[in-house]
Write a protein that binds this ligand. Structure first.
Ligand code: DAH
Length: 339
């Protein structure tokens, strides 16, 4: 008897009705006077005395279960309800958030777009490099401090396997493989062993540029950078080149743009100088050309390198560089771009 109660219970647990009439048929089948559940009550008198308690409780429980279940089915069809109660089907749908391009990608794409208009193509090189491509071929003296553990991340204590500290390494790779004319830019991620603060990070991004051909002059460099700066920061932008030193360029310079925030009058961002430093540049040292297999008697070239974070900070007025790495959508959503 208990087995039959159990299988009836399982059967009722699975019943469904497509409309009110079907629900009523189910009520008749199980709960009417001659219904399957009611029949159990009739048979109860034959149950041996010692089982009466358990069987009685099981039949009562089954009856309650069947009543609740069938009432539930009926209610679903009362006054036109169809199981979708509480839903307002005229409400507009939830919009799906699309995300936005990262500000560093926006700036990188903008830089690439400007230089492609001047005929520069994009190349990339590896992030894990060797000493030759990051330092030696770029004229770094053996005792140069950049080769120190304090500045460079080495991999597994091998002094010849390291994370590139600048994208200038890609210059070397391209010159080793290609003869001039070369006109290319190299965007990428670089690594330096620096404490993280609002203005420095151990991982950041650069864009390197290289132009090697016959008769490339410093005037070409200056004109290229002026065009670039005006495209990026606005047509009123002025540039100035200050003499500097890099092992791989001679002469070398640091380039400033007139402060786009105060228009050169002086403000907090430009520290009241009216100028913002945005990149290093210079004429490729003939030594570097020769080390990379390019005839320095025939060809000359210029190179430049800039930090993408720095430009993004200036362009968008972002005061803390760490924001670019935290992936907080409240920050990222503020940047929209078609690029
Ligand atoms: N590699 C330099 C740096 O990371 C930037 C640089 C300076 C690149 C001068 C150049 C250059 O190509 O000519 O600080």
């Amino acid at each position: 008897m208990l087995d039959r109660i159990k299988s009836l219970h399982d059967e009722i647990a699975c019943i469904t009705a497509a409309n009110k009439d079907e629900a009523e048929e189910l009520r008749i089948k199980y709960l009417s006077k001659k219904g399957l559940v009611s029949k159990l009550f009739d048979e109860f008198k034959n149950v041996p005395v010692e089982q009466k308690k358990a069987v009685g409780a099981a039949i009562n429980e089954l009856k309650n279960f069947a009543t609740e279940k069938i009432n539930g089915l009926k209610e679903a069809f009362q006054s036109g309800h169809s199981g979708a109660e509480g839903l307002d089907l005229t409400l507009p749908g939830d919009s799906i958030s699309l995300g936005s391009r990262h500000p560093l990608s926006i700036v990188r794409n903008e830089i690439i777009r400007i230089f492609s208009r001047l005929g520069f193509v994009v190349s990339e090189g590896p992030e894990i490099e060797d000493d030759w491509h990051v330092f030696s071929a770029l004229n770094f003296a053996p005792e140069h401090p950049a080769r120190d553990m304090q500045d460079t991340f080495f991999i597994e204590k091998d002094p010849d396997v390291l994370l590139r500290t600048h994208t200038s390494s890609v210059q070397v790779r391209v010159m080793e493989k290609t003869q001039p004319p070369i006109r290319a830019i190299f965007p990428g991620r670089v690594f330096r062993n620096e404490a993280i603060s609002y203005r420095a990070h151990c991982i950041f991004h650069q864009v390197e540029g290289l132009y090697v051909d016959e008769n490339v002059s410093f005037a070409d460099l200056k004109q290229t950078l002026l065009f670039f700066s005006r495209e990026l920061f606005g047509e009123k932008t002025e540039i100035r080149l200050r003499p500097s030193y890099f092992p791989f360029t001679e002469p070398s310079a640091e380039m400033d743009v007139s402060c786009s925030i105060c228009g050169g009058k002086g403000c907090n961002v430009c520290k009241h100088t009216g100028w913002l430093e945005i990149m290093g540049c210079g004429m490729v040292d003939p030594n570097v050309l020769d080390l990379c297999g390019i005839d320095s008697k025939k060809y000359t070239g210029f190179a430049f390198g800039m930090g993408i974070e720095r430009i993004a900070m200036l362009k968008y007025g972002v005061k803390d560089l760490r924001l670019f790495f935290e992936n907080d959508v409240r920050f990222l959503n503020q940047f929209q771009s078609a690029l």
